[in-house]
Design a protein around this ligand. Sequence first.
Ligand SMILES: *[C@@H]1O[C@H](CO)[C@@H](O)[C@H](O)[C@H]1NC(C)=O
Ligand SMILES: *[C@@H]1O[C@H](CO)[C@@H](O)[C@H](O)[C@H]1NC(C)=O
Length: 828
Amino acid sequence: MFRARRYRVLVVFAAVLVLAFIHFSRTREPPTVTLDVPPPVDHNRGSYSPNSNDEPVPAAPKSTPQIPQSEGATKPGTSNEQTLENDVPSKQDEPSRASTDGQKKPDSERPASQSTLKWKKLPEQHPVAPEEMIKLPTGKSKSLPKLQVAFPDEASADRMKRIDRQSAVLATFQHAWNGYKASAMGHDEVTPLRGGYRDTFNGWGATLVDALDTLWIMGLEEEFSIAVDQVKKIDFTTSKRDDIPVFETAIRYMGGLLGAYDISGHKYDVLLEKAVELGEILLGAFDTPNRMPMLYYRWKPNSAIAHRANPMSVLAELGSLSMEFTRLAQLTKEDKYYDAVARVTNELEKFQSQTDIPGLWPLKVDASGCLVSKHDSNHDFPREVPQSEAASTSTPTPTESAMPLPTDAQSYENLLSRRELDDDAQPATYDTVPENSVPKAHGNPTSTTKDSEQYCKDGLTNPPGPRQFALGALGDSTYEYLPKEYMLLGGLNEQYRSMYEKSMDAAQKHLLFQPMLKDGRDVRFMATVTKPRHESEMTYAYEGEHLTCFVGGMFAIGSKLFGIEKDLDIAAKLTDGCVWAYESTVTGIMPEVFTLLPCKDEPCVWNETEYWSALDPFEEDRIARAKKLSEKNAKKEAKKDEVVEAKANSSAPVSHGSHQKRDPARGNWHAVTSPTDSSKPRSGDVEGRDSTKSSTVSIPSHEEFVQARIKDEHLSPGMLRIKTRTYLLRPEAIESVFIMYRLTGDEYWREKGWKMFEAVKKHTWTNLANSAIKDVTVEEPIRSDSMESFWLAETLKYFYLLFSEPSVVNLDEYVLSTEAHPLKRPVY
Ligand SMILES: *[C@@H]1O[C@H](CO)[C@@H](O)[C@H](O)[C@H]1NC(C)=O
Ligand SMILES: *[C@@H]1O[C@H](CO)[C@@H](O)[C@H](O)[C@H]1NC(C)=O
């Protein structure tokens, strides 16, 4: 309570500052560059960043002013459903969000006295007995199959071209690094337009630590040692922020330190020392009755917070701590770090076959350990319920070409109505079980309710509310880490292999689909499936999402590592899907999230009629409503006074400002009333906003309507809707392109990767560094003054490695974490 109030004040304060800033900056500068919007601080992956102010309003189905920005930096991320996110009992999740967004300004101005409180190691409340400690597997590592192909010798012309390209990447990195150094050294992120910094990750210097190993890999050893000197100054035992986002901290900071330590040949002891300092602190998050981590760790010694994991824990945040903690355990020979993550793996493994889609986990997981025996028995498989339902939802198709039942307009509708569902998501609480989350038939409880509530020692189970299944935001790196952790452990733990195989079988059966594209390109994407609470039907959202683009690389690695030959082809098609998405916009950059029309038949052939009807799925309804609207407007002209009453009276989104209406089923309504309404190309296109005016004039035909949508929303053939138009400097697409190149040697990927680099460089460049952009579908996108640390840690590293010799960060010697930190694999 107290906290919430305090943040509200901070938010208001920040808003006032921002407004003042806007005001003054506007008077001085022409608005070409974008100071007018508070930068979307999207932290990653687990988080949702409000982009309500964002410029280019996504067009049609604008049902949701708050389109969930999927973020996730890498992958974990970000959420496709901000609603779920918001519902989280704010103990853990919310503060972080509030603080990252709202605090920006206040942070730097806060009195230093705030930060004197230090983290202290306290006696554990729920210690693991020494004899129960799960130990690192011992023994001789297995000899695992080689990932990289044997590259032939390089012709000298090829070499020159490659080195030119590599130098261009290097120069871009140096430019951005120098900008960070000059303007934000020691802080989390540089603000690449106006200069200065932002502390989004506890202010320990996220960009500094995240970029360390990239400096080394690029041969900038002098810079590296300057940076290491800075790292010495970091004090992880204190922070202005009350909580530590465990996942982000593990992947960016701990991964950054360990990657730098490994790649630089263990010569800089301070890197490991700092990783240990951080590891000790983060271990505190695992001190819960069931040893599942509190993902937003209240680190202050006097913080009287119940030591329990969240009943709405984000899957990616829960499942992607394994590599960093394992590597720390290996380097320090301290089993306790491994024990912490091994317990999570064990619970994930148990839960894996008991979900609505066995093999996949819901994007939110109840990790509290308190509710299991109440609303789903974790230990006694409730066979009837989830399995039969899951089975009924998808047609069993041959694995090769498997795709879920596509239903064009229907799926479009489902997609849109999904949002409503999300709105219903019930906040979970520790003490009460939401009635409706209790399945009617469930297995026999293993323990009495009382016991489990009291001790909260159970494992993972379904969260209250709807469940979603996807490989992108919020889920991503939990899947990605299965084969990678297997490699890091030298193949000595078969759990990861079997979990990977089960999950990817399920993903191929339930999520994989081929979109219908005009050029006939044979690519694949991964859908998002939602299991609503009360109905047995699953609903499908056929989306392309930047965060999901890592899957191509994951399938390629899994294919080679586990000898699943057919998966290499799927890997190529998944990767090429993202390449296609880059190529489909004027900027040459893929939008953050968009929807596609899945193909019904084999072979998949472009059918314009079908595409158009998916773009105008409610044609009849639309025309009927448009007529009504016309009449109403006519009436309005006549009797202006009655407008207010009529508006209140009508439930249909007929009145002006219809684009504000939350009405998913008719989300694209405003496009009807005014086809130009959504076009909104950069500069002050004000006139298109007068939607009521044009609506009285004419009712667009099917063709007019469709053409208007395509034009106004900048849809490339095959795309139905662009839900989020940003590019946040994300790495996932180039990550898969790089892995495909190293694993196949096919020059196709280098060429595609180079085009991506040129496009990204061109549109994100600022005088200081590089900036996220707001709309990849316009020729001159506005920059949003944000450069997340993964730009230097991942995106530019992958571009650089694509043009390196294959021996640089050889994937048979290193395994790259989800933040692209190279961890040394065991030698065999
Ligand atoms: C395209 O789709 C429409 C509607 O589904 C169908 O009637 C038509 O036969 C299809 N055209 C071709 C060439 O398959
Ligand atoms: C409000 O709705 C009712 C019932 O739908 C209708 O009879 C009435 O005329 C409406 N009033 C106005 C002002 O439109």
